[in-house]
Design a protein around this ligand. Structure first.
Ligand code: NAD
Ligand code: MG
Length: 387
């Protein structure tokens, strides 16, 4: 029986790499659902090639174009964000890969968990915004959440075979991004073009900016807390510019296990699909003649304030991580449209954290409201040129 996979965000960086994994294993996996936000041409091309049961375009204005292009094929065509939540619950779906970007991933992930679909989780924002709620839903519905983020996949791989052995520490590696060696003065003047050039990974625009600002690593600390049940003090970030060690786990006897490999997201995607088995893969291997040194540095939270803000939000809990996520989404978008500078992104997030009302035990509705309110506040702050 082939595993039927619903890919939310099939036109993105993770989505297209997931389709490469499926293509390499036509005997094991099938794309059952493909979805996109705007890139209708690519979605049409993917639908023709992979012949899924259904496709969804979130932007309803593009529905007719999609429908017309696929009219002679036996593919169901839907539009809108509600349809995203419905397609994942289809009885035939065996696994849902959440590869869409940002807060928009929360609702369909909840729908998939409630329908008992195992989640291959790339959309880290879901756990950043509502980790406690997602964990509780996953527990009640007995739905596994398998990490796709390379660091968390590495930790997950290190934990294989460890049973109930306790984790002393999770050590997340960070490449340091394109500005690892920049001073604060230099950071004040970097452009989006510079920020979009990641040294080791090719990813979507939003996560590439998050990587340059270290917010990505802050989010990954939060993600690790919810995925592995560790306290914030047990999660350490180490800068490792070569991105060969994808992360590590230190156990109670002091032993450290690490997972290594070339920086290639197809491996963690495939591991989430095939877990607990490993399947053959043609991805490039490490060539030890080319890999001469693995180096490590401490992260600098003075230059990369976002990492400190993320730890603060994690300690404060409640709706604070949701506030950080929403403010960050607005700030990154403003940076990508040349409306604010690189360092102003942390300013915007800090202001949102200071001004938004704190809710200690948020419900789902509280998250929705916090997200909307934070977006409104941060957009106003940016429009009033306070930065
Ligand atoms: P991307 O921008 O390349 O792709 C995003 C996908 O989501 C696209 O298919 C887009 O159509 C869809 N999408 C965007 N907004 C949407 C909306 N409002 N409604 C419905 N669909 C929407 O992003 P990416 O780099 O593939 O990242 C996807 C997720 O995976 C992010 O949460 C990111 O943090 C995470 N992630 C990515 C990588 C990577 O290497 N790219 C690594 C680890 C984690
Ligand atoms: Mg990562």
């Amino acid at each position: 029986m082939k595993k039927q996979i619903a890919i939310l965000g099939s036109t993105g960086s993770i989505g297209t790499q997931a389709l490469q994994v499926i293509e390499e294993h036509p005997d094991l996996y099938e794309a059952y659902v493909l979805t996109a936000n705007n890139r209708v041409e690519l979605l049409i091309e993917q639908a023709r090639k992979f012949q899924p049961e259904a496709v969804v375009i979130a932007n309803e204005k593009k529905y007719n174009q999609l429908k017309d292009a696929l009219t002679n094929l036996p593919i169901k065509v839907y539009a809108g964000s509600k349809a995203l939540c419905e397609v994942v619950t289809d009885q035939q779906v065996d696994m849902v890969l959440t590869a869409m970007v940002g807060y928009a991933g929360l609702q369909p992930t909840i729908a998939a968990i409630k329908a008992h679909k195992p989640i291959a989780l790339a959309n880290k924002e879901t756990l950043v915004v509502a980790g406690e709620l997602i964990n509780e839903l996953a527990r009640v519905n007995r739905t596994p959440i398998l990490p796709v983020d390379s660091e968390h996949s590495a930790v997950f791989q290190c934990l294989a075979g460890e049973g109930d052995n306790s984790i002393e520490k999770v050590i997340l590696t960070a490449s340091g991004g394109p500005f690892r060696t920049f001073t604060r003065e230099q950071l004040a003047h970097v452009t989006k073009e510079q920020a979009l050039k990641h040294p080791n990974w090719s990813m979507g625009a939003k996560i590439t900016i998050d990587s340059a600002s270290m917010m990505n690593k802050g989010f990954e600390v939060m993600e690790a807390k919810w995925l592995f049940g560790v306290k914030p003090e047990q999660i350490e970030v180490v800068v490792h510019p070569q991105s060969i060690i994808h992360s590590m786990v230190q156990f109670t006897d002091g032993a450290i296990k690490a997972q290594l490999g070339m920086p290639d997201m197809r491996l963690p995607i495939q591991y989430a699909f095939s877990y607990p088995e490993r399947k053959q893969a043609s991805f490039p291997r490490i060539d030890w003649r080319q890999c001469h040194e693995l180096t490590f540095e401490q992260p600098d939270v003075e230059r990369f304030r976002n990492l400190a803000l993320a730890y603060e939000a994690l300690h404060r809990g409640g709706n604070m991580p949701c506030i950080v996520n929403a403010a960050n989404e607005v700030a990154v978008d403003a940076f990508l449209h040349d409306r604010i500078g690189f360092l102003a992104m942390s300013e915007v997030i800090g202001q949102a954290m200071a001004h938004m009302p704190y809710i200690a035990k948020p419900s789902y509705e509280d998250y929705v409201q916090t997200d909307a309110e934070t977006r409104r506040l941060t957009s106003e702050l940016i429009a009033s040129h306070s930065f």
